[in-house]
Write a protein that binds this ligand. Structure first.
Ligand code: MG
Ligand code: MG
Length: 249
């Protein structure tokens, strides 16, 4: 069931979203060659806790950390580790969730470290642009898959491919609520978007082919062909005139 949030709920989600954005700001400032992904996770977790929130991902279905950190050909759900060091030339996808007074915010961003390749830069710019193409369609009286279609169309126009196995989602009291929001498909389908709906839009885009595989840790997901992958996500509120991004400072 897709819920419409009350003004009180929306206010709490604005705060949760802002805390996620603050954690991203700290992560983006700290990320550098030689930092382990565990150290980066600790910086993120500290911001969440200092702002009286709870890391949404920690212990979610058994996930062991406050953030997912996925490097290069890792698509999503990388587990922070003391033995994984960030290097110059990496692209690092950082996915962060925070719950404030019972309501979640969720946002992912892929950060370049040092000098990255031209193709990596094109992937980051193209995936971020695909997210915003989707957000342009996230408005009252559009259909859900107008978002999906806009993301796929833009990503594929750049020669990239869209991951099928993971999708965006509603969020609120739960980290993952209805509706699932694919980043692909025909427009004009699915539910009618209404003011007060809160959604996480999150394209995962590969430089090569779309297929992915989950590693034996049960979490870390890589591209099957070893190509780079990027992930950009914002939590939003549907309004009369468009959408309000909740996960920005
Ligand atoms: Mg996320
Ligand atoms: Mg999400």
């Amino acid at each position: 069931m897709v819920t419409i949030k009350s003004q009180r709920e929306i206010e709490l989600m604005r705060i949760a979203g802002r805390i996620v954005a603050l954690a991203h700001k700290a992560a983006s400032e700290a990320i550098r060659p030689g930092l382990s992904t565990k150290e980066l996770n600790e910086i993120i977790e500290k911001v969440i806790i200092e702002n009286d929130a709870i890391p949404s991902f920690k212990n979610y279905n058994g996930f062991p950390a406050a953030s997912c950190i996925s490097i290069n050909d890792q698509v999503v759900h990388g587990i922070p580790s003391a033995t994984v060091m960030i290097k110059s030339g990496d692209i690092v996808s950082v996915d962060i969730g925070a719950m404030y007074k019972g309501y979640h915010g969720d946002s992912a961003w892929t950060y370049p470290v040092g000098e990255i390749s031209a193709s990596a830069r094109k992937l980051l710019e193209g995936t971020e642009a695909s997210l915003f193409k989707g957000l342009e369609q996230a408005k009252a009286n559009n259909r859900l898959t107008d978002i999906s279609h806009a993301i796929q169309k833009h990503a594929e126009s750049l020669g990239f491919s869209v991951v099928r196995e993971f999708v965006g989602h509603g969020l609120g009291k739960q980290l993952h609520e209805d509706p699932p929001i694919p980043n692909f498909g025909l427009p004009g389908r699915g539910i009618l978007l209404r003011p007060g709906m809160t959604l996480a839009i999150e394209p995962m885009i590969n430089l090569g082919r779309k297929e992915v595989r989950v590693l034996t840790d049960g979490w870390t997901t890589r591209t099957l062909d070893g190509s780079l992958s990027a992930h950009f996500e914002h939590s939003i509120l549907i309004t009369e005139n468009g959408c309000e991004i909740l996960t920005k400072v």
